[in-house]
Design a protein around this ligand. Structure first.
Ligand code: FEO
Length: 401
């Protein structure tokens, strides 16, 4: 059965929700599911904005057919060729053989790579600043390379003052009936999943995100329609401000993430002791065991907070693998501008402090607050003074930065 919502008088959400997906992109767990958004405009011409992942193909095609109500589909605008949005494009062409595909030249190449249908006979190739009209609505296309792939573009609809923003302003989480961000308590219930989505999916491309947002800022935007998650029609500036912070690698809040790996609990004990010392000084602190919590959540919080402490045991003369993976992932996501401290552990030859610092050496703007705090197997009473001194340094910089 169809499952649609009205966005405006003549634009409908015709996407779908997947709550069975184990891992988005094969990497990120999505315990609250994910939505694949698609929007259908009924103007003098009918225009679909993007297709959906194949997991929700059945309801998507029912939705499109229901909203079209016997009309044909004239155009589909493709904003992003990643298959979570384009996997059903070929089937769309099979069902609506006269449809024109509005896309840029990079997309034509990708469509040929993914599919075998004759894209050249369907394509209406547009480029940066190109325009197109469906009747009452006219559209301007804005290239947004690397938000999150090189072919990505946004569309601005001048009649509805809508920015179709591709992955930008998306989030993890299915749409549970609500379509607009102002229909839910977004900050309380969804901001964390929006941050986890942004930082892990697009976090590497902060500069490109800022460039795309600057270009979009030239338009009078009253609504943002992303490819995942809620549509924004109120308080858009608040969410754009979050994006600008994430994209410029500025922390949202003062506070400390302590991420530890601990084989037998002794490094965990030092991490908890440090957290207590920080807590006594009123410093907001969150502690993660990297063997238990998926990297995407920890990376998201490292983007959120100003400080991060890494505490890891030495393993096979290297950094314990779960911590090594986290640090590699963090470096790959381009994190910058954090104050950090290191705690290492080793029973006979502690190495993890030096190796963690090496792994983080390519992060721009990382300020190391200590060389390393070394545990030999376990924390001892005589080390408490040094740990307190480290906590004092962290607390002072949290308060002063
Ligand atoms: Fe939602 Fe980059 O695809």
């Amino acid at each position: 059965m169809y499952c649609v919502r009205k966005v405006t008088d003549d634009i409908y959400w015709v996407g779908g929700n997947d709550r069975r997906l184990m891992c988005f992109e094969g990497v990120y767990d999505v315990p609250r599911g994910v939505s694949y958004n698609s929007y259908l405009l009924l103007d003098e011409k009918t225009v679909l904005f993007d297709t959906v992942d194949k997991a929700v193909a059945e309801v998507f095609f029912e939705n499109v057919e229901h909203v079209l109500a016997g009309r044909t589909l004239d155009y589909v605008v493709v904003h992003h060729m990643e298959p979570d949005h384009s996997a059903t494009l070929c089937e769309l062409v099979r069902r609506y053989p006269d449809v024109k595909i509005v896309c840029n030249s990079k997309m034509v190449t990708m469509i040929k790579q993914y599919f075998t249908f004759d894209i050249d006979s369907h394509a209406v190739v547009v480029d940066e600043g190109g325009t197109f009209s469906s009747g009452k609505h006219s559209f301007t296309f804005i290239n947004a390379p690397m938000v999150h792939w090189p072919e990505v573009m946004f569309t601005y609809d001048a009649a509805a003052k809508i920015l179709f923003s591709a992955d930008a302003f998306g989030m993890f989480g299915a749409l549970d009936g609500a379509l607009f961000a102002d229909e839910v308590d977004f900050e309380r219930d969804h901001l964390d999943e929006a941050r986890r989505y942004y930082t892990n999916i697009v976090g590497k491309y902060g500069l490109q995100v800022i460039n795309a947002l600057k270009k979009a800022a030239a338009f009078d935007i009253q609504m943002v329609c992303p490819l995942h998650g809620y549509v924004w029609r109120k308080n858009i500036g608040w969410f754009i401000d979050k994006y600008m912070k994430w994209a410029s690698y500025e922390p949202e809040e003062k506070g400390v993430v302590i991420a530890y790996s601990s084989v037998y609990g002794h490094t965990a004990n030092a991490a908890d002791t440090l957290a207590c010392l920080l807590g006594e000084q009123g410093v907001k602190t969150v502690v993660y065991d990297v063997s238990v919590t998926a990297e995407s959540y920890i990376i998201s919080d490292i983007f959120k907070y100003s400080h991060v402490v890494f505490a890891a045991t030495t393993y096979n003369m290297g950094v314990f693998i779960k911590m090594e993976n986290l640090l590699h992932d963090l470096v790959e996501h381009g994190i910058q501008n954090r104050s950090t401290a290191l705690i290492e552990n080793g029973t006979w030859a502690p190495q993890s402090g030096r190796l963690m610092k090496e792994l983080l050496s390519s992060c721009k703007g990382f300020r190391f607050l200590n060389e390393k705090f070394t545990l030999k197997s376990s924390m001892k009473e005589e080390q408490m003074g040094d740990l307190k001194a480290l906590a004092d340094t962290i607390a002072q910089t949290v308060k002063n930065e």
